[in-house]
Design a protein around this ligand. Structure first.
Ligand code: NAD
Length: 296
């Protein structure tokens, strides 16, 4: 999309996701001016110095002044506070969006505030990221070829939904629309549970104290590949775990069931069942990789 879509956009929280969105939209040439605001002054200065945003605002109010679209890219637990900080200064009829990894709780908190302020709220979640944080980690290609889920409900304004979808398409994403509950259950399974397991695995191995040395020093490719996401920001993942409690607990219980099955088969020395367990898993993962390779 080469045509200019909007005049001014504000990014609140210029970290990995907010910064990458700003870079991607500037590269696509669809936003004339991007203003950034971040509660971490060092990060905000860095975002301006690295030209992640066009200007570093002096306050949240300054950032959103006369903006057509404002994107909240802060941790899920800070979404409501960030919305409260910007909504009184946003133009009536303008669009507020977010990038939070959990949607139901963000919509419940932010949508009523936006409605009161005469602003259209559309929730979104790019399904792409890295384990790094902050403006220095941002890059324009982060969303290229990845999905972005845009959620809707009865109160969602159609034109605002289309504008937010168009921005994510311009950033390189394939946009998929769904309701917030479906989003939260899918993400609990495919993203939130793996992060919990990676964090638990690193802690569990670190706590192994049979020998007088840190056995993490013996970790090779497999352990490192598996636990890459345990380097993700603890604030972000604390907020996600708390905000998606119901769906995440359901997935943890399901996982415990599979682990219990594995434990029982090892205990009984049931090689046939173990083989079947590993074969089923390998087939599913190989099929996923095969599908991805074909799509490339
Ligand atoms: N990292 C990922 O892989 C990923 C992927 C998709 C979505 N998300 C979601 O995107 C959001 C941002 O994640 P990120 O990875 O960019 O985090 P990040 O830590 O890189 O950036 C967040 C920034 O928000 C700032 N901030 C915190 N509270 C603020 C407030 N009230 N007002 C203004 N700035 C504030 C922080 O100082 C920080 O610079 C989160 O909600 C996260 O769940 C993350």
């Amino acid at each position: 999309m080469a045509t200019e879509l909007i005049n001014k956009m504000a990014v609140i929280g210029v970290g990995l996701i907010g910064g990458s969105l700003a870079l991607a939209l500037k590269r696509a040439g669809v936003v004339r001016h991007i203003s950034g605001w971040d509660t971490d002054p060092e990060n905000l200065q860095l975002a301006e110095a690295l030209q992640v945003v066009d200007t570093a605002a002096t306050s949240a109010a300054d950032a959103v002044c006369s903006a057509d679209v404002v994107v909240l890219a802060v941790p899920v637990g800070s979404m409501a506070a960030a919305a409260q900080a910007v909504l009184p200064y946003m133009r009536s009829g303008s669009v507020l969006s977010d990038t939070g990894s959990v949607k139901q709780c963000v919509v419940e908190q932010v949508e009523p505030l936006a409605r009161q302020a005469g602003v259209h709220f559309v929730a979104a979640h790019p399904i792409s990221g890295t384990e790094h944080s902050g403006a220095a980690a941002a890059f324009a290609e982060l969303f290229s070829g990845k999905r972005c889920i845009v959620t809707y409900g009865a109160a969602t304004d159609t034109a605002a939904l289309e504008l937010v979808s168009a921005l994510w398409r311009a950033a390189g994403s394939e946009v998929v629309c769904m309701d917030t509950l479906k989003h939260d259950r899918i993400l609990a399974a495919i993203s939130h549970l793996p992060h919990m397991i990676a964090y638990a695995l690193v802690n569990s191995v670190s706590a192994y104290d049979q020998y007088d040395e840190n056995i993490l020093d013996y970790s090779a490719g497999g352990f490192r590949d598996f636990t890459r996401i345990a380097s993700s920001d603890p604030v972000m993942w604390r907020d996600i775990a708390l905000a998606n409690k119901g769906a995440l607990l359901e997935m943890i219980e399901q996982f415990e069931g599979f682990l219990a099955e594995l434990k029982q088969d090892i205990h009984r020395g049931d090689g046939g069942r173990l083989y079947e367990f590993f074969r089923r898993s390998k087939n599913s993962r190989d099929a996923l990789l095969h599908k991805e390779a074909k799509e490339r």
